[in-house]
Ligand binder design. Structure first.
Ligand code: HEM
Length: 274
C-alpha cells in the first residue's frame, strides 16, 4: 500500500478517489438543498426534517468525521503533487511547449482554485455547521448553549433565509461557487482520466460528463442562494408557505433560468452521445 504515497500514480489515485467521494457528497448536499426551495414554495417542511435527521447523532457524526478526513487527505495530497510537479519542472517551469499552452486555465490553477474553495468552506461552516450540528453537539456535551440558538439548530430554512438576505454573503457565495465550478470541471475530468478513461473515444465524453456534473452541482447550490435572495425582497419563508402561489410567481424567472440551463445541458449530452 506504500505505493499510494510513494509513487506518482499512487498519489493521483488518492486524489481521484477522495475527489470522487467529495463530488458524491456535493451531489447529495446540492440535491438536499433543493428541498429548502420546494419547502418555501409549497409550505412543507422536508428540508428541516432532513437537517434534524442529520443532526448531532452517531451516524451523522461518523459521516462528518469521514468527510473531514477526505477533505484533509485531498488537500494534503494536492500540496504534495503541486510541490512534486514544481520540482520536476525545475528551470523549465516557464518554457511552455505547444501542448502546455493548450492546457486549460482551470488545470493550471487547480491549487489556487482549491484554496478559494477551502476558504469558502471555512466561511460556509461558520454560517451553517457552527449554528447547527456544533450547537447540538455542545448541548449534548453539557455546555451552556443559548436557548434560541438550540431551538434554531435544526431550522436549516431559517438559517439559509437569514444568510442569503445579506447581499454580501450572496456575492461571496456566488464567487465561491464560480471557483468550485472551475475546480470541479477539471477535477472530475482528471479523476476519470486517471481511472483510465483516456482513449480518443472517451476523452470528449469524459470532458462532457465533467462539465455536466459540475454545472448541475453548482446550479443547484446557486439556485438556493438566488432564490432566498429574491425571496428576501418579496416575502419571508413563513410568508411564502402561507402564500405559496405569490412566491412561486416571484421566483418563476429563476425556475425558468434553471430549466433553460438543464435543457441546454441535456442537449449538449445528446449531441456528444451521437
Ligand atoms: C449555497 C448553497 C449551500 C447551502 C444552502 C448549504 C447548506 C448547508 C447546511 C444547512 C449545512 C448544515 C447541515 C447540518 O449541520 O445539519 C451545511 C453543512 C455543510 N456544507 Fe453546505 N450548503 C451549501 C453549499 C455547500 C458547498 C458548495 C459545499 C462544499 C464545497 C458545502 C459543504 C458543506 C459541508 C462540508 C458541511 C458540513 C457537513 C457535516 O456536518 O457533515 N456546502 N451546508
Amino acid at each position: 500500500m506504500t505505493w499510494l504515497s510513494s509513487s506518482s500514480i499512487g498519489r493521483k489515485v488518492v486524489m481521484s478517489v477522495t475527489g470522487a467521494a467529495l463530488v458524491l457528497f456535493l451531489l447529495f448536499h446540492a440535491t438536499m438543498n433543493i428541498f429548502s426551495i420546494t419547502d418555501a414554495m409549497f409550505g412543507v417542511e422536508y428540508y428541516n426534517a432532513i437537517c434534524k435527521f442529520l443532526g448531532a447523532n452517531w451516524y451523522a457524526l461518523i459521516a462528518t468525521v469521514g468527510l473531514a478526513f477526505l477533505v484533509v487527505v485531498h488537500i494534503v495530497y494536492a500540496f504534495i503533487i503541486t510541490v512534486q510537479n514544481y520540482r520536476a519542472r525545475g528551470t523549465e517551469r516557464y518554457a511552455m511547449s505547444g501542448r502546455q499552452k493548450d492546457v486549460e486555465w482551470a488545470s493550471k490553477n487547480m491549487l489556487a482554485l482549491g484554496i478559494v474553495v477551502v476558504l469558502g468552506i471555512g466561511l460556509h461552516l461558520c454560517n451553517f455547521w457552527a449554528k447547527m450540528q456544533l450547537i447540538e453537539l455542545q448541548h449534548m456535551l453539557g455546555a451552556d448553549v443559548c436557548h434560541n440558538a438550540l431551538e434554531n439548530a435544526t431550522n436549516g430554512v431559517l438559517i439559509i433565509k437569514n444568510t442569503f438576505a445579506n447581499p454580501i454573503y450572496v456575492v461571496l457565495y456566488i464567487v465561491w461557487l464560480g471557483g468550485l465550478w472551475f475546480h470541479l470541471t477539471h477535477g472530475v475530468w482528471s479523476a476519470l482520466h486517471t481511472m483510465g478513461w483516456n482513449n480518443n473515444t472517451w476523452m470528449p465524453r469524459v470532458k462532457c460528463i465533467s462539465n455536466v456534473v459540475s454545472t448541475l452541482v453548482v446550479v443547484m447550490f446557486a439556485a438556493v442562494v438566488v432564490f432566498y435572495f429574491a425571496a428576501s425582497f418579496c416575502c419571508t419563508a413563513e410568508c411564502c408557505a402561507a402564500h405559496a402561489h405569490t412566491c412561486a410567481e416571484a421566483v418563476a424567472p429563476v425556475v425558468d433560468t434553471v430549466q433553460t440551463v438543464v435543457e441546454a445541458v441535456v442537449d449538449t449530452v445528446a449531441v456528444v452521445a451521437e
